[in-house]
Design a protein around this ligand. Structure first.
Ligand SMILES: C[S@@+](CC[C@H](N)C(=O)[O-])C[C@H]1O[C@@H](n2cnc3c(N)ncnc32)[C@H](O)[C@@H]1O
Length: 252
């Protein structure tokens, strides 16, 4: 598939997947950033302005308590409707991270969390995020990471895509560093995080179609070991290791 077709297909999948997921997403993913210390990692000061690209239902953005402005941008209006319902203090705007409806040099902190793995060309997003940060402001990225072993990263992405057709790529940590360099961002800090997650929570029955859950379970049985995600059975469920990266850059 060439670039524009890929973008169109990805947009269609994003819309279908996240419109369906919207109602339960906030509860399903509640607390997933709580032990990551993102607020101090981001060097956040109360009264700063914060925008999140791909804010979804607002769980991440709402961590920045005391901000003078919290603005969530997302491509899927149904996710933003849930953000407003769950977090009345948030402002939201529908928009594409590749072309933010925001002036240049305007925000103290520009973030995206668990979003870049849905994007095929993340450099476009990073450049756009850089554009809207004020000089000396910060850019924060949080995302899941794949193994540095190429074969494991491939298998993890096969599984991710089976679970969610709007998935683009889980990248190894080295890819994030390269992307930051290409965007002209020097990383001020990088941190890794690791935790356990249950399949039943990753693929909550209320959110995902039964036949997809079944196919993912089959993949885990047959090829889970190849993914580097440490899949292990637990009662009628599975547990795996979720790994994330946090990167912070300051705009010159
Ligand atoms: C996995 S959710 C994460 C939501 C939120 N950041 C959180 O962690 O709770 C990914 C979100 O990114 C949004 N998204 C993906 N690609 C986007 C793009 N190009 N522009 C704007 N939003 C996008 C999706 O619509 C979805 O709401």
């Amino acid at each position: 598939m060439i670039g524009r077709d890929l973008d169109r297909t990805n947009r269609a999948h994003l819309h279908t997947e996240f419109t369906r997921a919207a109602a339960g997403f906030s509860d399903r993913t509640k607390g997933r950033f709580d032990d990551m210390d993102v607020v101090s990692f981001a060097r956040f000061n109360p009264s700063e302005t914060v925008v999140e690209v791909g804010a979804g239902t607002g769980n991440f953005l709402s961590l920045f308590k005391g901000a003078s402005l919290l603005l969530g941008i997302d491509a899927v209006p149904g996710m933003l409707a849930q953000a407003r319902a769950h977090h009345p203090g948030l402002m939201t705007a529908a928009g594409d991270g590749r072309c933010l409806p925001l002036p240049s040099d305007s925000f103290d902190l520009v973030a995206c969390a668990q979003m870049l793995h849905h994007v095929h060309r993340p450099l476009e997003i990073l450049k756009e995020m850089k554009r809207v940060v004020r000089p000396s402001g910060r850019l924060l990225v949080v995302d899941q990471v794949a193994s540095d072993k190429f074969e494991q990263a491939i298998a993890m992405n096969e599984l991710d895509l089976l679970r969610d057709p709007s998935h683009a790529s889980s990248r190894p940590a080295s890819a994030f560093r390269v992307l930051f360099n290409l965007a002209g961002l020097s990383t001020s800090e990088e941190r890794r995080w690791e935790g356990s997650q249950r399949l039943s929570q990753w693929m909550w029955k209320g959110e995902f179609p039964d036949d997809r859950i079944r196919r993912v379970r089959e993949f885990i049985v047959e090829r889970g070991e190849e993914t580097g995600m440490d899949w292990r059975p637990c009662d009628d469920d599975y547990i795996f290791t979720r790994r994330r990266i946090m990167l912070l850059a300051t705009k010159d």
